[in-house]
Design a binder for this molecule. Structure first.
Ligand code: RIB
Ligand code: CA
Length: 316
């Protein structure tokens, strides 16, 4: 059965690869729309980058929308230091020819959930949760219509990447993350704990480059740029390929392992703002701390890259 999804994204090289993986799997995934959100880069760049990625894929009818340009309450924090000034540094990509949809991305999410059969759409946030929380707050009736949310965000054993205690997507808009995690929608979280197991090692990227198509070349150029920051920080061979874990989870959930736990977001403390507090060992009382998240902790990295490389080979 094809899974209907809406991708919410702040491209970012890893977002781009996640979008390509989804579009390269049309028999398994029906990408209803892509909604840009401010995160890695401001919205004006995120929306343009989403258009560029759709053009790389060749699926030019894919609808792209612009969503929120800032977090619910806080000042926007971006990550050009990681993703470059365009947000998609690495390959030299042309200005997109395809156009954005006129409708606001949040209105699109609401309309899509209201017009499709209930519990048939999966939301796939790859950036801050601003659009998702805004849609839920503007139209509470859609909450019960969402099949599930499969998101990249959070961290526990791996601790933070933008502060010692917080992962970037959650940190940028902790209020949105808190609202979404309390919504009661079935949530699967792909945190740094799992994304740090899928490093873009030279061997893996060489295989992608050697696919021989334009997509393989562009993806290898993206990762070569994107990984320099994490290699310097962690001293690793390659960088974590965060966002494609969301799509790989939809395609092959058996590659992943996790457990249903209580996860809460710190929205007040300056010291630990944006921390995802994960009751991994079930210490809290289920009556006061619902097990609201399927928290993914491990992945078969070999299987992940085999899937990614195989699917990217199907694109132009
Ligand atoms: O912390 C990693 C996340 O932040 C990824 O989604 C990356 O694209 C950035 O948005
Ligand atoms: Ca992202």
């Amino acid at each position: 059965m094809r899974q209907k999804i809406i991708i919410d994204t702040d491209p970012g090289q890893d977002d781009a690869i996640a979008i390509l993986l989804a579009l390269a799997s049309p028999k398994k995934i029906d990408v209803l729309g892509i909604v840009a959100v401010a995160g890695n880069v401001p919205l004006n760049l995120a929306k343009k980058n989403a258009l560029k990625v759709v053009e790389i894929s060749g699926f030019l009818d894919t609808k792209v929308f612009a969503g929120c340009d800032r977090p619910l309450k806080r000042k926007l924090v971006t990550a050009e230091n990681v993703h470059g000034k365009t947000g998609l540094d690495g390959p030299d990509l042309p200005e997109p020819k395809i156009k954005l949809q006129k409708q606001h991305g949040v209105d699109y999410i609401i309309e899509a959930l209201r017009s499709h059969k209930t519990k048939t759409i999966t939301l796939c946030p790859l950036g801050p949760l601003t659009n998702i929380a805004t849609a839920m707050q503007q139209a509470p009736d859609i909450i019960g219509r969402i099949k599930q949310i499969v998101l990249m965000g959070g961290a526990y054993f791996e601790v933070g990447n933008v502060t010692p205690s917080a992962e970037f997507n959650i940190y940028v808009d902790p209020d949105a993350a808190d609202f979404v995690l309390r919504s009661g929608v079935p949530i699967t979280m792909l945190p740094l704990d799992v994304t740090h197991q899928v490093l873009t090692t030279q061997k893996r990227i060489k295989k992608i480059k050697n696919i021989g198509n334009e997509t393989g070349k562009i993806v290898s150029q993206m990762t070569v740029f994107f990984e320099r920051f994490d290699e310097a920080k962690y001293g690793s061979d390659g960088a974590p390929l965060h966002d494609p874990c969301v799509i790989a989870y939809l395609l092959k959930p058996k590659l992943f392992e996790g457990r249903q736990v209580n996860v809460q977001i710190e929205t007040k403390s300056k010291l630990t703002l944006g921390m995802s507090v994960v009751d991994y060992w079930g210490i809290t009382d289920i009556k006061t701390h619902p097990r609201n998240v399927n928290f993914i902790r491990n992945v078969n990295a070999k299987g992940f890259y085999k899937l990614l490389t195989k699917r990217l080979a199907l694109l132009p």
